[in-house]
Design a protein around this ligand. Structure first.
Ligand code: HMG
Ligand code: MG
Length: 319
């Protein structure tokens, strides 16, 4: 029996950003808006709706400002967007967002590929944005990518992650999300990194962001829960990846995460049936099946049920 699990977990939905940024098929602004509103209707209270990065680098999210302006969400939903620099910050501010999500990497090679900056350059830029964002009264989340394994350099030294986390905390970042960008971590690595970090920063500042490339994401969540983490990122239907990290498959699917959390008796405030409705909508918009396992199982169950309801009618008419 697992003991000492938290009673509540905050799920941060990153599908509209981390998910869609990796989709080749262009998604219309109106469909993005529908999807975000369906996520909020399912009870998600933290949603990353888009990014304000260079449209040359991520063409799919070039309509970030239009999405942010068009979306109607309840006042208690914490809406944020990914921001790489002051230019992106100005767009987030124009969109009226109260939270921004910065990002950087724990390895030099991934940093260069993803944002065309070294780690010191990235820290300098993030420091400038954080300074301005604090003056404007925004809350700041920051991702650190490739905290366990880099697709270019291999294993990442956890002490490097600790150094970066301390710098981010010093610049006023409120929440730091630790990214297993290529979904390579296993639970003991999660436990080891959190043990080092716990000695340096309050645990409630940390979130975990798993991609599920090798099927270890839920096991890693369990390791994180056991260590006391209560914030987890996930993506509707398991959409996602990082275009600048070869091999990065979809994020952990939100429905799989929520199903496991509820099974463990942990509250999330999310309605799984409505989440499946949102997943179904995403499949219709993208014209393909999504990898999330709970979504697949639930939609297959619904299809079977619908068939059962249709059959007797057909028999009555002699068809
Ligand atoms: P750069 O080319 O070095 O930038 O890109 P620059 O400052 O030299 O500017 C070049 C051009 O981009 C200029 O335009 C700028 O105005 C424009 P031009 O004069 O050529 O017409 N520009 C911008 N346009 C719109 N919004 C902006 C912006 N900034 C500059 N904010 C830059 C540097 C950071 C912009 C670029 O590398 C970039 O946008 N990278 C984003 C890459 C990205 O989005 N990757 C995926 C997200 S990270 C991820 O998925 C991991 C995560 O999920 C966690 C995990 O899984 O680990 C978060
Ligand atoms: Mg990611």
């Amino acid at each position: 029996m697992l003991e000492q699990l938290p009673k509540n977990v905050r799920v941060v939905e990153v599908g509209p950003r981390d998910g869609l940024q990796n989709e080749e098929k262009h998604v219309a602004t109106a469909d993005k808006v529908k999807l975000i509103e369906a996520l909020a209707a399912a009870g998600l209270k933290s949603i990353e709706i888009t990014s304000f990065v260079s449209p040359k680098w991520i063409p799919q999210l070039a309509d970030g400002l239009d999405v942010a302006r068009a979306v109607h969400l309840p006042g208690d939903v914490n809406v944020s967007a990914l921001v790489p620099n002051l230019k992106g910050y100005e767009s987030a501010k124009e969109a009226g967002l109260k939270q921004i999500a910065l990002f950087m990497s724990a390895s030099e090679s991934h940093s260069k590929k993803n944002i065309n900056k070294s780690i010191p350059e990235a820290l300098q830029t993030l420091g400038e944005v954080a300074h301005q964002a604090k003056l404007d009264g925004k809350t700041i989340r920051c991702y650190i990518s490739v905290v366990f394994e880099c697709p270019y350099e291999g294993a990442v030294d956890p002490r490097q992650v600790v150094r970066i986390v301390k710098e981010l905390v010093a610049m006023g970042v409120d929440e730091i999300s630790l990214g297993d960008t290529i979904g390579a971590a296993t639970p003991n690595q999660v436990i080891a990194l959190l043990k080092l970090l716990k000695a340096e920063v309050p645990l409630n500042k940390l979130a975990l962001h798993f991609h599920d490339t090798r099927g270890t994401a839920l096991a890693n969540v369990l390791a994180g829960l056991d260590a006391g983490v209560t914030i987890f990122d996930s993506s509707l239907g398991g959409l996602g990846g990082c275009p600048y990290a070869p091999g990065a498959a979809g994020n952990l699917a939100t429905e799989d995460l929520v199903y496991m959390l509820h099974g463990l008796g942990i509250k999330t405030g999310i309605d799984l049936e409505k989440l499946v409705d949102a997943g179904h909508l995403a499949e219709q918009i993208l014209g393909k099946e999504l990898p999330g396992r709970y979504l697949k199982a639930c939609l297959a169950g619904r299809a079977k049920q619908a068939q059962k309801l249709v059959k007797p009618a057909a028999q009555v008419t002699g068809a």
